[in-house]
Every structure is written in structure tokens, then in C-alpha cells.
Ligand binder design. Structure first.
Ligand code: CMP
Length: 139
């Protein structure tokens, strides 16, 4: 069943560069409501578990190292058609291929340091939100 929620992380590159506020402003101005949000820092074990689905990919080690290299912001967002609309807002994984005006075009440095994560399906949005937040931490 489709839900109206998605999950995002503002990644260490964007957090370190001081772009979290600008990114959250774009998210809210596009009509997403914040349902849960926290600043945290992943251990490499946690980053590895979060991205376990990519374990066999050549970029997995780099991805885990990068995602545990500094603070992140994790959030659950709500909007009609949340997963698809959020992926449209953030743009392609590789910022070089992202559309003008998207978050990754504006703030990402590379395919690895690509500013934000967005869930790719309703099912993964639920799993990923549950990775970071208990039911008590969601409004
Ligand atoms: P994200 O949306 O968080 O989902 C998986 C992440 O893996 C992706 O963003 C990228 O940061 C990273 N990724 C995907 N493909 C590559 C690649 N070819 N090289 C390095 N990192 C990648």
C-alpha cells in the first residue's frame, strides 16, 4: 500500500558545509511536513547496516566511510506522493546529471558526497524511517 511518507538524510558533506538550513527550507517550501528529525553521527557499523542492500557494490566501502565521517540529519517527511516528489526535488544520484534547481545540483559535490539521501520506495521509506525513529519520536 502506498504511503505519503518518505525518509531523508542530510549527509555529512552538506551538514559540514552549513547547508542543512537551506536544504530544510527547500524541503518545507516544496510542501513536505517534518514528522520526525534528529542530528546524529553514524558509526561505520550503523552506516553499513543502513546501506546493507549495496553490500556487493564496488562503492560500498567508500559509502560507509563517508556516511560515518561526520554528523547527519535524519528525517521523516510527509506529503502526497512523498517518495516520488522527494526524489524529484533532490535530483539524480550523480549531481553532474541532476536537473537545475534540485538539491543535489545546488549542494552536492560528487556521487558519493551527494548532499542528501531519499528513499526509493514506500517500503524502503518505512524501513529506513524505522532504522532511526521509534513510534514515539514521530508526530
Ligand atoms: P543514496 O541516495 O544515499 O543511496 C545510495 C548511495 O550510494 C547514493 O546515494 C550514493 O551516494 C552512493 N552511490 C551510488 N552509486 C555510487 C557510485 N557509483 N560511486 C559512489 N557512490 C555511489
Amino acid at each position: 500500500m502506498a504511503t505519503n511518507r518518505t525518509f531523508t538524510m542530510i549527509k555529512p558533506d552538506a551538514f559540514e558545509a552549513g547547508n542543512s538550513g537551506a536544504i530544510l527550507k527547500m524541503i518545507e517550501q516544496t510542501g513536505f511536513k517534518l514528522i520526525a528529525m534528529k542530528i546524529t553521527k553514524l558509526t561505520s557499523e550503523m552506516a553499513g547496516a543502513f546501506y546493507e542492500v549495496h553490500k556487493e557494490r564496488g562503492f560500498y566501502k567508500e559509502l560507509v566511510e563517508f556516511m560515518s565521517s561526520g554528523p547527519i540529519i535524519a528525517a521523516i517527511l510527509e506529503k502526497d506522493n512523498a517518495v516520488a516528489d522527494f526524489r524529484k526535488l533532490i535530483g539524480a544520484t550523480d549531481p553532474a546529471k541532476a536537473d537545475v534547481g534540485t538539491i543535489r545540483k545546488l549542494f552536492a559535490k560528487s556521487i558519493s558526497a551527494n548532499a542528501v539521501h531519499g528513499s526509493d520506495s514506500d517500503e524502503n521509506a518505512q524501513i529506513e524511517g524505522g532504522f532511526f525513529f521509534s513510534h514515539l519520536e514521530r508526530v
